[in-house]
Design a protein around this ligand. Structure first.
Ligand SMILES: [Zn+2]
Length: 224
């Protein structure tokens, strides 16, 4: 389908169900062309505090931040597809033969509030059915205002596997990496159930907290 026809179709749909661009608020599109360009992935390996490597696709700021918040806090599941295209680039880098992608579970409170799991949704839109073996086993505080040590304490033993995982290998997937505390807790829960963690991937990293001193592994590499 030509881009003119696609555009006309999208305009017609916008009349039926008006939306604003999740990235900039301009009318009529779920994500305008300028904002779609901001989601161009630049997959980068980063070191987590425990020494593991996470592949991230985007910086969590500006259009990326607003678009992901629209998905997570405003029910804008229409932006899952463009975001999943970015995540897909990170998943491809982290992929290993025989390993399953595992979507890090959201807290029970977030699930109740949203009615869907953004990370699992992004994995599915990226073409991967994520393993849903972990669950949040107790309530946690929101992480936003906590520092690294408090995040680790807040999350410690907050996840549990539903099934024994012996013999299974996983690549852990999250939406945003800030301090790495959530991925660490998920890895702990997988290992506690006998599984193996062989990689990590995330849609975006928080540049403010994930500064240059922590991104020890090489420079940003664009995926065409
Ligand atoms: Zn826009």
């Amino acid at each position: 389908m030509g881009s003119r026809i696609t555009g006309a179709l999208l305009d017609a749909l916008a009349v039926l169900s008006p939306v604003d661009c999740a990235g900039c608020g301009s009318p009529d599109r779920a994500l305008c062309e300028a904002c779609q360009l901001e989601l161009e992935p630049a997959v980068t390996p980063r070191s987590l505090p425990d020494g593991a490597t996470v592949f991230t696709a985007l910086r969590y700021e500006g259009v990326v931040r607003r678009t992901l918040l629209a998905l997570k806090e405003s029910g804008r599941t229409d932006v899952a597809r463009p975001l999943s295209a970015s995540l897909s680039a990170a998943l491809d880098r982290a992929a290993q033969p025989g390993a399953e992608f595992l979507a890090v579970p959201t807290s029970k409170a977030a699930w109740r509030r949203r009615g869907y799991d953004p990370v699992a949704l992004l994995c599915k839109r990226a073409g991967y059915e994520p393993a849903r073996v972990l669950r949040s086993s107790r309530a946690t505080q929101t992480q936003k205002t906590l520092g690294l040590d408090d995040r680790v304490l807040n999350l410690h033993e907050s996840m549990r596997s539903r099934v024994p995982l012996r013999g299974r290998r996983f690549i852990l997937v999250d939406d945003i990496v800030t301090t790495g505390a959530t991925l660490s807790e998920a890895a702990r829960a997988v290992r506690a159930a006998g599984g193996e963690v062989v990689g990590h991937a995330a849609l975006a990293f928080t540049p403010r907290l994930f500064g240059s001193s922590q991104s020890l592994l090489g420079s940003s590499q664009s995926i065409p």
